[in-house]
Design a protein around this ligand. Structure first.
Ligand code: HEC
Ligand code: HEC
Ligand code: HEC
Ligand code: HEC
Ligand code: HEC
Ligand code: HEC
Ligand code: HEC
Ligand code: HEC
Length: 413
């Protein structure tokens, strides 16, 4: 997995030997007896010839190495609740969460050498958790599970997650009026809404608990995220309110899944919700990183959602009639698997809706899909931009698109 995590340069300069000594001393002080300094001789030793095997980058932790190859349990490193859970969230907002990195003790058994490596400005391994791993500054990045805790004074580590979250929407469809000993009444707003609402039309309110429209246009006059060129015409430019959010913390899940309620999975069962992802090279996404960059899109939430769009990169949740429609008319939540992206596809048929919105029996009836298919048939170079960012360049119209067009009803004789 690609990670970018830069070590900031120290604001002071110390001789290598002195620094190593300092770091060692501070850690010894912090971790007590569990941490022993290596033999003095080993530290004074001059650096020997570089190893022949490719050098391991100890600034980039990988779960593949530790969970798959080393077969370590999640909770051999991750402790829940972390010591700082009452500090990171205040008062009523606080709940026993895994809110900090694993402690030194979980690494030292195998990585004593890396923790005492004579590297400047500090051992590379420290950078996995610490911002400036110097004896003076022992601060750590906020643990990534604190996506809902925004502290502008804290530097956030930039990483691409090795995991996907498996949320079985189907198992939660009937979680209504749920009540159990550990259930937090003060955060019980979730029980007042149900995933399955009696009313057939309109979006279920429960979906919005976890998925809100991200940075909507609302009443603002500007509809684009960044300034669009004057001569844009029908070309695509990213609009506000295109994406829905996904949960960025444990706040909602641990309302029900906590050690008091006993509803499995409990917080310590990380691996039940977090699944290591192995990229599927067969998957294509309706996303163009260069286009996004040319448009000046820097919002990490937008880029994360957009780069996962495997159906329609231009679809805007806030657009036209979309906000009034039932989410489940387009998303088959009862059957999809959130860690298997191909199951998340939105069927092209759903673009027709109940009223045949973008798909009509004939082109004259105004269907955008009908129009674009006609254009494509006339000219294979035509680009379908109504719903797509890059898919619309395909030379052939997918079979499913053609099949989605209903056969015109026969005129009565
Ligand atoms: C050997 C110790 C170790 C084990 C075992 C371990 N982790 Fe981690 N985990 C870490 C460290 C260190 C970090 C912080 C460095 C980083 O960002 O990856 C981390 C970060 C994470 C993150 C945030 C970064 C990301 O890639 O999303 C998640 C989620 C996570 N661990 C889940 C798990 C789960 C689930 C398991 C068990 C299947 C597990 N961990 C097992 C040490 C461990
Ligand atoms: C059971 C032994 C074991 C434990 C515990 C362990 N590691 Fe490792 N780690 C390894 C092995 C084996 C490798 C493969 C490279 C090597 O041999 O050093 C490795 C590699 C790494 C790497 C290089 C990149 C990678 O992941 O492949 C980093 C960084 C790392 N470990 C950090 C940590 C941290 C931080 C902890 C504690 C949270 C930890 N490890 C706990 C055995 C362990
Ligand atoms: C796997 C994540 C991880 C790595 C890697 C790591 N640390 Fe830490 N470090 C922590 C955590 C978590 C604490 C807080 C422990 C506690 O509260 O008991 C901590 C505490 C400290 C402290 C004590 C100060 C304090 O705030 O309590 C020092 C000093 C320190 N680390 C230095 C280092 C150095 C130097 C390295 C590299 C050689 C390093 N750490 C590597 C996670 C890490
Ligand atoms: C009940 C399910 C559940 C359990 C159990 C759980 N998590 Fe999570 N976790 C989530 C959800 C949902 C998110 C937010 C969605 C997302 O970030 O994709 C999340 C986010 C995170 C993140 C933020 C970064 C990322 O990769 O998404 C970290 C780190 C994390 N969890 C670590 C852990 C660790 C460590 C454990 C075990 C001690 C754990 N979680 C247990 C559901 C769970
Ligand atoms: C309790 C929180 C919760 C509720 C309620 C919920 N979801 Fe989700 N949803 C999630 C989580 C967690 C994920 C996985 C996010 C991830 O991949 O990290 C997810 C994923 C999705 C995705 C796939 C997103 C992607 O990655 O492309 C869609 C679509 C979706 N949900 C739609 C719905 C709809 C429609 C409803 C209402 C019927 C709903 N969800 C209700 C938590 C929830
Ligand atoms: C008219 C069809 C339609 C309706 C109605 C709809 N969506 Fe979507 N939604 C889509 C499409 C298309 C995508 C992009 C899927 C892709 O390309 O992978 C999407 C993506 C998502 C995602 C992933 C994040 C993103 O924006 O890419 C979530 C979460 C989501 N929808 C939730 C909802 C919720 C919650 C509702 C109801 C409030 C809803 N959707 C209503 C069509 C719809
Ligand atoms: C309103 C309470 C509630 C909330 C909030 C909630 N869950 Fe659940 N969850 C349950 C219940 C109850 C079950 C058991 C359902 C069953 O077995 O039919 C369950 C089951 C699960 C399971 C299946 C466990 C298994 O054995 O297969 C997973 C995984 C899960 N939840 C993850 C999550 C995640 C991730 C979130 C947050 C995005 C979340 N849940 C939020 C109540 C909740
Ligand atoms: C009204 C919206 C809409 C229009 C117009 C539209 N598409 Fe699509 N397209 C979708 C949806 C939704 C999907 C995902 C579901 C699917 O693959 O059937 C999709 C998927 C695709 C895919 C990916 C299929 C795959 O197998 O991965 C391609 C390629 C594609 N469209 C090309 C086109 C072309 C070419 C046109 C113009 C003739 C076009 N689309 C017009 C909505 C649309």
């Amino acid at each position: 997995m690609i990670r970018t995590r830069k070590l900031s340069v120290f604001n002071f300069v110390v001789l290598t030997a002195l620094l190593t000594l300092c770091v060692a001393t501070v850690i010894t002080a912090a971790s007590g007896a569990a941490f022993q300094r290596p033999a003095a001789g080993a530290r004074i030793q001059k650096k020997v010839a570089a190893p022949k095997t490719p050098r391991v980058d100890y600034s980039k932790f990988s779960h593949q190495t530790h969970v798959v190859a080393q077969k370590l349990e999640c909770n051999s490193c991750h402790k829940v609740p972390s010591k700082n859970w009452k500090e990171v969230r205040k008062g009523d907002a606080a709940f026993p969460d895994v809110s900090d990195f694993p402690e030194h003790a979980s690494c030292l058994g195998c990585h004593r050498q890396q923790f005492f490596a004579r590297e400047r400005p500090a051992p590379a391994v420290c950078a996995n958790c610490h911002v400036n791993n110097s004896p003076k500054d022992t601060s750590r990045y906020p643990f990534p599970s604190l996506g809902d805790v925004t502290d502008p004074t804290k530097k956030v580590s930039q990483f691409v997650s090795e995991f996907g979250v498996g949320f079985p929407h189907d198992k939660h469809l009937d979680v209504v009026g749920f009540n159990s000993p550990g259930f937090r009444e003060d955060r019980g707003w979730l029980v007042t809404v149900s995933l399955q609402e009696k009313k057939a039309d309109g979006p279920p309110k429960s979906c919005q608990v976890c998925h809100a429209t991200y940075k909507p246009q609302g009443d603002a006059s500007e509809e684009y995220v960044t300034k669009a060129p004057k001569n844009l015409g029908d070309a695509f430019w990213l609009k506000k309110g295109t994406f829905k959010t996904i949960p960025n913390s444990h706040t909602i899940c641990f309302t029900c899944h906590n050690s008091d309620s006993g509803i499995a999975p409990e917080p310590k069962d990380c691996n039940v919700c977090h699944k290591l992802l192995s990229p599927d090279p067969g998957l294509k996404f309706d996303f163009d990183a260069k286009l996004a960059s040319d448009m000046g899109i820097t919002d990490t939430m937008m880029l994360a959602r957009w780069s996962r769009r495997g159906s329609a990169g231009a679809f805007r949740h806030e657009g036209g009639e979309h906000p009034a429609l039932n989410c489940m008319g387009c998303h088959s939540v009862a059957t999809f698997n959130t860690v298997d992206l191909k199951t998340l596809k939105v069927p092209v048929k759903s673009c027709g809706g109940a009223e045949g919105c973008h798909i009509t029996a004939t082109t004259d009836a105004g269907g955008a899909l009908n129009f674009e298919i006609d254009q494509k048939k006339k000219d294979p170079a035509f680009v379908c931009t109504k719903c797509h960012v890059v898919f619309g360049k395909a030379a052939a119209v997918p079979e499913g698109h053609l099949k989605a067009i209903p056969t015109p009803a026969k005129k009565p004789d």
